[in-house]
Design a protein around this ligand. Structure first.
Ligand code: URA
Length: 263
């Protein structure tokens, strides 16, 4: 591995004497923004209603798809989620946690599912992991009061904060997909492994995917959205050493905002 001084000397002997950008570009990095065309379960054309869903009657999923698709505004989508009784998690939850933040926010963060505090208050990311998320966001000028909209893949708390099952995720996917389509943010941030695997359809682990920009595209979106997976703040609270990766990722988000001219 060469030292920084050696790299600099190599640049100078190669005739590179001027910098032409504000930010260094590591050209050894993997290419950014692979196009990711996830099969949307909303799309009548791809209609990828999962074949192997255990204990998931097709009509329930179709009801979710129809309800979500018929919503033309976020208020209508909230109404649709409140009217959907097909997911058993709703029965044990105290509240439906829909989402919050300016509806014209340029950045959308999508987490996994509400925890106890979120369930009690009906708001996303208000417990300790939400407080850490607020701190991370504020370090680069982001806040849910100003420019960030926050929601989750699942709007109801799984009992005891267990992981949501694949059937529960499938039933909620039509709603989060429509949520993203209606908000149409300029940047999409997937918080943690469940959010990332659900929205990308990828089975790669979050440690591998985090920090890598991809393009989120579903058939009903009229333009693709740059998207980035980040580590979940609940994981960071348990593994504080990994906050350095979170710092890298939030700086990458800031850089993308600057490139896109977002405030
Ligand atoms: N964790 C999540 O993924 N979402 C919340 O809203 C709170 C904690």
């Amino acid at each position: 591995m060469s030292s920084k001084k050696e790299i600099l000397e190599w640049y100078i002997t190669s005739g590179v004497t001027e910098t032409i950008g504000e930010h260094p570009i590591n050209r050894f990095n993997k290419p950014e923004e692979k196009i990711l065309l996830r099969k949307s379960i909303l799309s009548p054309t791809t209609a990828s209603i999962p074949e192997k869903q255990e204990q998931l009657p097709d009509n329930l999923l179709q009801t979710a798809v129809n309800l979500a698709q018929s919503a033309q505004t976020l208020d209508e989508l909230k109404e649709a989620v409140l009217n959907f009784n097909g997911c058993a998690l709703k029965k044990t939850a105290k509240n439906t946690v829909f989402g919050e933040g300016p509806t014209n926010a340029p950045i959308m963060f999508v987490g996994e599912a509400p925890g106890a505090d979120e369930d009690r208050l009906g708001r996303p990311f208000v417990g300790v992991s939400g407080q850490l998320l607020d701190k991370i966001m504020s370090s680069v000028g982001l806040s849910r009061e100003k420019n960030v909209y926050i929601t989750n893949i699942i709007p109801w708390r799984p009992p005891g904060n267990r992981n949501p099952s694949s059937s529960e995720i499938s039933l909620c996917m039509p709603f989060i997909e429509r949520h993203i389509e209606l908000l149409h943010p300029k940047i999409l941030v997937m918080i943690g492994g469940v959010s990332t695997s659900s929205l990308t359809g990828s089975s790669s682990g979050i440690m591998k995917m985090r920090g890598n920009w991809i393009t989120y595209q579903t058939p009903n979106l009229n333009s693709p959205i740059p998207a980035i997976p980040i580590l979940h703040t609940a994981f960071l609270l348990r593994n504080p050493i990994q906050k350095r990766l979170a710092w890298k990722d939030i700086l990458s988000i800031r850089q993308k905002m600057d490139e896109l001219g977002l405030k």
